[in-house]
Design a protein around this ligand. Sequence first.
Ligand code: WT7
Length: 654
Amino acid sequence: MSENIQSTLVEDRLFPPPAEFSAEAYIGDRKVLAELCARADADHTGFWGGLAKREISWDKPFSVVLDESRAPFFKWFTDGELNVSYNCIDRHLASRGTRPAILFEGEKGDRRTLTYRDLHTEVSRFANALKASGIVSGDRVVIYMPMIPEAVIAMQACARIGAIHSVVFGGFSAESLKDRIEDAGAKLVVTADGGNRGGKALPLKAAVDKALAGGCPSIQRVIVYNRCDLQPAMKEGRDVWWHELCATVPALCEPVAVGAEHPLFLLYTSGSTGKPKGVQHSSGGYLLHAIMTMRWVFDLRDSDVFWCTADVGWVTGHTYVAYGPLACGATQVIYEGVPTVPDAGRFWANVQQLGVSIFYTAPTAIRALMKFGDEIPARYDLSRLRLLGTVGEPINPEAWMWYHTVIGKERCPIVDTWWQTETGGHMLAPVPGCIPLKPGSCTTALPGISADIVDEEGTPITTPDAGGYLVIKKPWPGMLRTIWGDDDRYVRTYWGKFNNRYYLAGDSARRDKDGYYWIMGRIDDVLNVSGHRLGTMEVESALVAHPRVAEAAVVGRPDPIKGEGIFAYVVLRGERPAGGVDVVLTKELREWVSEQIGPIAKPDDIRYADNLPKTRSGKIMRRLLRSVAAGQDITQDTSTLENPAILAQLKGEV
Ligand code: WT7
């Protein structure tokens, strides 16, 4: 990460938008964008209120744009009523019912096209299946699915009847699934027997069974989609097949109007403490943010084929797969598998064959594919591409240049989009028709988003390139509303630091002389592994839950592909293994963490020590551990160490 910052500090290349792109762009003139931003600055609620009237089909129009009476529990379009699924599907039927909404490609090469009319039928049917299962407005439904159209159908079906979905990433373990089901108090789980990933059928229903065997008393029903013919055991009275249930329910389901503030979904994300937070999003404000950023940042046109490669288990797969593209009536690609099956050309093959024009992925994927060389993408016709995007972590300039030249053939702007699970949609990102790009910078704030960098006291930092806290100074429609069941934690985590004045993003950033933002990293104990957030405490809790582990400290270490890798220091109960190495135990602990959280959380490396380096007040010296993990020289003061010999142990010296 710090290497990244060093290299971005000297990055001064500027890539103005290609003239052909600007000529056709949604916003192709910097003056127009500046006016939009100025209008939003001058009249924040008027600006967002106007867009909400224009872009959303309301069942009942709103009269209040923003209610700040219980700040920081902000409410947007409070007395308005809408249905998100209606806005994503029904309202397009007359004008584009036969247009493909989803071009699906399975990992094995199987294809399906769903038009908006098809989607309407499938979503309505599944909404009735949920109703027939006893789900009513406000109930929580957990979705644990592979990346297939049915995942989106299930989400849309929830929205159609006012149920609140909580999607759990299919890569999370049974244990993580159980925690999320219990925290949400979900009544129903939607899953599949399995999904195709990496050339294998990854079982999902088996993990659901394991989660439910260990608790989850609120669950009354499990609906199982048959994707891989794995023939899982079905529990009498609890489990039903998707296709059997859908065959028994009516095909029509009227969308139910809900209040604009009605929760659309919960999505669990890691924080600096052990327990993931259920980030709660709204219906009206969230949808508006999704729609506006599809236009401003992705410059979406009717002729586009949009592909966001994110799984629906992450927020990117919510805003830019399940909701944003559909709300705009777009055609989008959904791909089930990994980028390297059957070979590292799969993404580019999909782009060619499905005619993708807008492609949005993560820096970690770009770096991984870059490793395979330029010859692989050169085999494919990528000429339909006109816009590229990245999300999840800062992109290193080298990967940016590869993306720009080898994939975009120097024709396609790259939108580097900074946002978070909590923000609902893009916050800092270029408007590609008019903002010149700098590799590694997410450029500037979008209209109506008032970002700033402040110091410890909350005073704005105006000196170029001086780092500080990234904050958002005014509420915005797509913002999270609270943490499910924990209003205090919501206030403490995001608003406490600056006395309820600013939203604290948890990232540090700098702004250069041209006002461009450069994200520098997290300020809390949160890791960014392959563009996904993991709390160090979460991994530590998993480690100490193992009977042989007494204490653990986890830090991130720069990783050429993943951005950050996980490095764990472990103190065992009893003797430290000879030489600090124990291959068998290390393997066991890695598997253990994988079972507790998911494969994404597996430590890359584990080192054993007699104790952990602590300050006098008993705080683990994380910065020191980070230096050790990165193999850097120790510059910290180590004079307070109880047992200086452990430094050698931590470094792996015998
Ligand atoms: C954290 C949010 C938003 C969807 C993906 C991750 C980092 C995200 C960027 C970017 C630099 C980025 C931040 C942020 N991040 N996008 N373009 N440049 N850093 O969502 O799991 O909620 O993580 O990801 O650190 O706070 P998330």
